[in-house]
Design a protein around this ligand. Structure first.
Ligand SMILES: [Zn+2]
Length: 230
């Protein structure tokens, strides 16, 4: 399968045909992740980039008071498009490109918090909205629905706050994406308008790992200069 992640950087979930059955959707998510692992260049479990993302994700899950945090898996795909999505079944994927693109760990936490929200808010269990925009790639159909995205943004904001990160990061990461060439600017700006950032500086934010080291590692491996958001 050709790995084209362009256009997936809206942070939509990869939603199955939801029919209210959460257990079936969990099993489907785990199966989807298994098939992605067979065909996509995912980083291995002991890779420093993967370990960092897994730690950051688990920290947020624990903060959200979700059970069995160790069963939540955060994967990293070697792809330079900045993207992240939830697969279902507590499985998530972020790209090298996203990690290299964000300004800081708080912004990266915002992306993960948004994806955790899709899982937490049962977006995989409930009916997919009929007007959802569908983006097909490989064998997966991505549903994109503005109301669902906004609900996940608002949940993420609260999770960032309780984890000690800057809640404005949700807004900032959407701004960063909206400034990229070819971005779906009006969709992203609609989401940004729902967030009302306070632009206050936060001191003593958590630091799960050294994002600068992780970023340097990605750049050295890929041999590609990746512009980051300012
Ligand atoms: Zn989303």
């Amino acid at each position: 399968m050709t790995l084209s992640l362009a256009g997936l950087w809206l942070f939509g979930g990869l939603l199955g045909n939801g029919n209210g059955d959460c257990r079936a959707s969990t099993e489907a998510g785990i199966r989807t992740m298994q098939s992605l692992a067979e065909s996509w260049p995912l980083r291995f479990a002991n890779d420093p980039v993967r370990r960092y993302i897994q730690r950051l994700g688990q920290q947020l899950v624990a903060e959200a008071d979700l059970h069995d945090a160790e069963n939540w898996r955060f994967f990293v795909v070697r792809n330079l498009e900045p993207t992240a999505f939830a697969v279902g079944g507590n499985r998530f994927v972020v790209s090298d490109g996203l990690i290299a693109f964000v300004r800081n760990e708080s912004d990266l936490a915002a992306v993960l918090a948004h994806e955790i929200a899709h899982q937490r808010l049962r977006h995989f269990c409930d009916h997919a909205p009929t007007d959802a925009k569908r983006i097909r790639y490989g064998s997966i159909v991505q549903h994109f629905d503005l109301d669902t995205e906004r609900a996940a943004d608002i949940y993420a904001l609260r999770l960032l706050e309780s984890a000690g990160y800057n809640p404005d990061s949700m807004y900032e990461v959407l701004r960063c994406l909206s400034e990229r060439p070819g971005a779906p600017v009006s969709q992203l700006q609609t989401r940004m308008r729902s967030l009302k950032p306070s632009f206050t500086n936060r001191a003593n934010m958590p630091n799960i790992g050294n994002l600068e080291e992780i970023r340097t590692h990605i750049l050295e491996e890929s041999g590609t200069p990746i512009q980051r958001c300012r």
